[in-house]
Write a protein that binds this ligand. Structure first.
Ligand code: ATP
Ligand code: MG
Length: 578
């Protein structure tokens, strides 16, 4: 492709609405343009990267025998009503009516449709297991679209669904898909980590997320310093706290005038926050107010809390006014003693003895408080609801937990019969008995991957594409192409020869100053670069640069040897069936 003919509008300045480097570089290099919040046009060069990623994903899925199909973006409400997700999903599900006043939604995911296909087309256990996938546009009306295509409203996902007669078969496909995801991400030269994950509103039992490691990642993942354990912070659990010590103090009511926060309580009474309780009030499913009691140095994890209450996120926290109405004091003085509402206690808070908490009386706290003696505590109300912190003991003696930031690019689930049961998809087993098939489901964010790759592969000059996903493998920079016939002829000849190899070549034949061409080449990040200039050519040389090599000096190559050299250094174009 000739650069003079391609729409790749570059921008020198950092665009104002870009917070992360990948978004910045994608806009500056002319890969995407914003249409509206969370909606983007993929310009030609950006789309080439998307297609490369899709090809890698297809080739790895073909290897495990997954079949590609394509389901519609627009989905009828009836199917979502059968699984009750029409009611359960929040405003993220974009609903609308057609001209006949029938309800539809834009598909944020496709479990309902694939299960409908399955129930209509597959009847016998002999046809199992089967594994389907599509690469399709999804729409989720995200509360906070941000970071460009990383959290968009419209995006491309690879979503896959498998069907099984029994758990052993589901386990085996799940493992196979896990390895398949590892292969896909390795082929894109990504540093990633697979972690245990919460199943969110997709439902089901076992689940893993694949995170590309990056400081800008929206997710926190925890991993054990001495073991395999790794989990998303929304799921991660530290080792159980030690048993509660016996009470040694008596309850004492102390005046704490004007004290509102844990910090202030600690300063005022000279205490450590890990021995003070905090009580957080939220609304449960039926809008009633309930409390979570945690150690003062711990934070509530909303996903865990939402799961305990079986309520939709974001959590609805009680306002100060609601707290005063339901408890009779300001938020700074609440505590679990004689609390007039139901409460859950975090495991670590439940392990304390002789602790301090609010007295549910304006301007008072209680010290020397103990569970059971002073506050009843039921076993089934002791929960894990906090964020783990770096340094917590990992489960099963696997050392300490450490935290990393990650970008979730893939998520696999064991769904069981979460969808096949309500949608009444059945098969006849070996004995002729009707059973619901078990399902697995496998998502991968194709367009998010483009951003994730850039987060890991860039320098101050711009993008550094890993070769398997680069929009072009090689760029020829022809200096003074318009004016110098020697440069023009040599670069055209080289361009044609390289295309024949075949190598995917971008020829910079534009009428631009060398400085501009170099800066834009760095920004665009094509892995291999050959520079042709009048002086070099007259001496019989061209210059070769490897974009991933920080060495500012190129390699001089004899014009007569350039094809040979490039044939060796440039990887083959990945074939879609590789
Ligand atoms: P997140 O936690 O980031 O919102 P999710 O858990 O809701 O994602 P899944 O339902 O697991 O997402 O979707 C599968 C994959 O689709 C994700 O792993 C992610 O790579 C991608 N994805 C999800 N939401 C978006 C989005 N808004 N923009 C781009 N990609 C997305
Ligand atoms: Mg997910």
């Amino acid at each position: 492709m000739r650069q003079s003919k391609i729409l790749a509008p570059t921008i020198k300045e950092i665009p104002s609405d870009t917070e992360v480097i990948s978004h910045q570089l994608m806009v500056r290099a002319g890969l995407i343009r914003k249409v509206a919040s969370g909606l983007y046009t993929w310009l030609p060069v950006g789309l080439k990267v998307v297609r490369k990623i899709e090809a890698i994903v297809r080739s790895e899925l073909d290897k495990v025998g997954a079949q590609e199909l394509l389901m519609p973006v627009v989905q009828p409400a009836e199917l979502w009503q059968e699984t009750e997700r029409w009611e359960k999903m929040g405003p993220e599900l974009l609903r609308f009516t057609d001209r006949h006043n029938r309800n539809f939604c834009l598909g944020p995911t496709h479990e309902e449709i694939i299960t409908d296909i399955f129930r209509n087309e597959i009847q016998s256990y002999k046809e199992l297991p089967c594994n389907f996938y599509q690469i399709q546009t999804k729409f989720r009306d995200e509360v906070r679209p941000r970071f460009g295509v990383m959290r968009a409203r419209e995006f491309t996902m690879k979503d896959g669904y498998s069907f099984h007669l029994d758990q052993a078969c589901l386990n085996s496909t799940y493992q196979e898909m896990y390895r398949c995801y590892e292969n896909i991400l390795s082929r894109m030269h990504l540093k990633y980590r697979a972690v245990e994950a919460d199943t969110g509103n997709i439902g089901g039992a076992e689940s893993h997320e694949f995170h590309v490691l990056a400081e800008t990642g929206e997710d926190l993942i925890a991993y054990a310093s001495e073991g395999e354990y790794a989990a998303n912070i929304d799921k991660a659990m530290a080792a159980s706290p030690p048993d509660r010590a016996a009470p040694s103090e008596q309850v004492n009511q102390v005046k704490t005038p004007g004290i509102k926060s844990i910090d202030q309580v600690c300063k005022f009474l000279d205490l450590e926050p890990q021995n003070v309780l905090k009580t957080i009030l939220v609304r449960e499913k039926e809008e009633k107010i309930v409390a979570f009691v945690l150690r003062g140095d711990h934070e509530l994890n909303e996903v865990k809390a939402g799961k305990i209450l079986d309520t939709r996120l974001p959590l609805k926290f009680a306002s100060d006014q609601e707290i005063i109405e339901s408890i009779g004091c300001e938020p700074g003085s609440i505590g679990p003693v004689d609390l007039p509402i139901p409460y859950f206690v975090d495991r670590d808070a439940a392990a304390l003895s002789d602790f301090t908490c609010g007295a549910n009386k304006e301007g008072f706290h209680l010290t020397g408080v103990n569970w059971q003696r002073d506050i009843p505590i039921e076993n089934d109300k002791v929960v894990d609801v906090r964020n783990i912190v770096s340094g917590d003991l990992a489960p099963e003696n696997q050392g300490e937990l450490k935290l990393l930031r990650g970008i979730e690019v893939g998520h696999i689930f064991q769904l069981g019969t979460t969808y096949s049961a309500p949608l009444k998809a059945t098969i006849l087993d070996e004995k002729g008995k009707k059973v619901s098939p078990l399902m697995g489901c496998y998502g991968m964010g194709i367009t998010r991957l483009v951003a994730a790759i850039i987060e890991q592969h860039h320098d101050e000059g711009g993008i550094i594409w890993p070769e398997p996903v680069a929009p072009y493998q090689l760029q020829i920079i022809a200096l003074n192409y318009q004016k110098s016939s020697a440069v023009r002829e040599a670069s055209e000849k080289l361009y044609r020869a390289l295309i024949k190899l075949p190598i995917e070549v971008l020829l910079d034949d534009r009428d631009q100053r060398p400085g501009v061409k170099f800066a834009e080449a760095d920004l665009l990040g094509i892995p291999h670069r050959v520079i042709l200039g009048e002086r070099g050519l007259s001496e019989g040389f061209v210059e070769y640069y490897d974009r991933s090599n920080a060495d500012p000096n190129g390699e001089k190559i004899e014009v007569t040897k350039v094809i040979e050299h490039l044939r060796d250094s440039v990887g083959r174009i990945p074939s879609p069936i590789e």
